[in-house]
Design a protein around this ligand. Structure first.
Ligand code: ASP
Ligand code: MG
Length: 447
């Protein structure tokens, strides 16, 4: 069971979560940091880095008070409250001590890990104090990335076995997101990474099911901030979930599908506010004949490389991709013609260097301010013409790239970001038959 930050956002939410955990006698619980905490720690790190320790200290004090306040509201008896506030003071004392040792990336990562450690310690203490026994585990003892920076299910399994025995029984509670790197430094699985810890642990423990508890009722078929009549998708295949995860990092961390899919363990997305609602179940073997969902992502840049040397040449694409690899910039959508290749990226911090090196291969054109829109579902198989009809419905939009045939589950187009609201609404009425009512125009924040 993984609980996200908002599900642990205040004392009453933590009580709700405790109720859910109490119903399971055997479970492995992963906690995020309380909502807002990691964001604040990121800000603290920013001030620390720029030498502004005064501001950093102020934010840290605010966080400490927030945790203490939550403890006072959460615990009923004085002794338990004193222990909890002691935990908080102890951690923040150490944070203040670190601050004076100066900024380094190792110190930053150490700091970012505090959010999950403090939150999970408080919750474990709370559960034990109300007679729901749990064993607290330190995720740094079993989440360790390899020299490639990636965690592995086998490694986690071996480490967990050493900690909990081969067939652990009872309740365990630990942190998501945080890990050690192969040299033993504290690091993390990137923002939102608790989902990833959850599916890795689910796979390592060969769990019956991986429950991801958030505050929304599962995945929706379209963006509810833009389209009014969206509906929840009750069942998704792993392939569809993997396609959608990139767009909905707010729902599911993009990397978190593979540990579950490769081990055949279903993921159940559930809502802590409505625990009896069906949520969304992601598993293999779901048979679908229709279109499942539409999703969009803004903040996309198109890079086009045109070169006559590409014609009949081999190795051209590998030279292009090597440059993106060198600057650690993932490529998302790709289209090629005989003499040109267009790719999209959502990370633009190394764009200038990339552009310069690409210029040695051909003529380069960069267009920022774009958006990716994808349609996920059964697009290819047994549905002749479905892709053509979808594209035809987009004839009034300024479609700049089309990716089709990469998987049977996806057709993707790239359009200027100003067209996202209209394209999502138009696809909604075309695909799901609902004449989407106009709601306040809005911009989707970049996920
Ligand atoms: N607390 C971390 C974050 O906010 C990890 C997570 O919640 O998944 O990104
Ligand atoms: Mg999250």
């Amino acid at each position: 069971m993984k609980f996200g930050g908002t599900s642990l956002g205040d004392a009453s939410r933590i009580r709700q979560v405790a109720g859910l955990i109490s119903k399971r006698s055997d479970c492995f619980v992963i906690c995020s940091a309380m909502s807002g905490v990691t964001n604040t720690l990121v800000d603290v790190a920013g001030y620390w880095k720029s030498g502004n320790n005064g501001q950093a200290r102020e934010l840290i004090s605010g966080l400490r008070e927030h945790f203490k306040q939550t403890c006072c509201e959460l615990f009923d008896d004085d002794e338990a409250t004193t222990i909890a506030t002691g935990i908080v003071n102890d951690h923040f004392g150490r944070v203040m001590d670190r601050l004076v040792t100066g900024y380094s990336i190792h110190n930053e990562n150490w700091l970012l890990a505090r959010g999950e450690i403090i939150t999970s310690e408080i919750i474990a203490h709370y559960l034990n104090s109300i007679d729901i026994p749990v064993t607290w585990l330190n995720a740094l003892d079993f989440t360790v990335t390899g020299s490639d920076g990636e965690p592995s299910v086998d490694d986690m399994r071996q480490r967990l076995e050493r900690l909990t025995g081969e067939k652990p029984a009872g309740r365990f509670l630990t942190q998501g997101y945080i890990c050690l790197d192969h040299q033993g430094n504290v690091t993390n699985l990137r923002r939102g990474g608790s989902d990833y810890t959850a599916t890795l642990a689910g796979a390592a423990l060969q769990a019956g099911i991986i429950e991801i508890w958030t505050d929304i009722d599962g995945v929706r078929n379209n963006d509810p901030r833009i389209v009014e009549d969206t509906f929840p998708i009750r069942e998704l295949s792993f392939d569809e979930a993997a396609e959608l995860a990139y767009f909905g990092a707010k729902i599911l961390h993009p990397s978190c599908v593979w540990p579950a899919s490769s081990n055949g363990i279903p993921i159940h997305l559930k809502n802590t506010m409505e625990p009896d609602a069906p949520g969304t179940i992601i598993r293999s073997g779901t048979q679908r004949k229709g279109i499942t969902a539409v999703a969009a992502k803004e903040g996309i840049t198109i890079i086009r490389i045109r070169s006559d040397r590409m014609l009949n040449a081999y190795g051209f694409l590998s030279r292009v991709f090597a440059i993106f690899e060198k600057y650690e910039t993932p490529i998302d959508v790709i289209t090629t013609s005989e003499v040109s290749v267009s790719v999209t990226v959502d990370k633009d911090s190394r764009l200038e260097e990339i552009e310069e090196e690409l210029s040695a291969l051909g003529k380069v054109r960069v267009q920022s301010g774009q958006a990716i829109v994808c349609v996920v579902g059964d697009i290819l198989e047994q549905h002749q013409g479905r892709a053509v009809r979808i594209l035809d419905s987009l004839r009034h939009f300024n479609v700049k790239m089309i990716s089709y045939g990469g998987s049977r589950n996806n057709i993707t187009v790239v359009v200027p970001r100003e067209e996202v609201v209209d394209i999502l609404r138009s696809l909604n009425s075309f695909l799901f038959g609902s004449p989407s009512k106009t709601i306040e125009p809005c911009l989707i924040s970049q996920v």
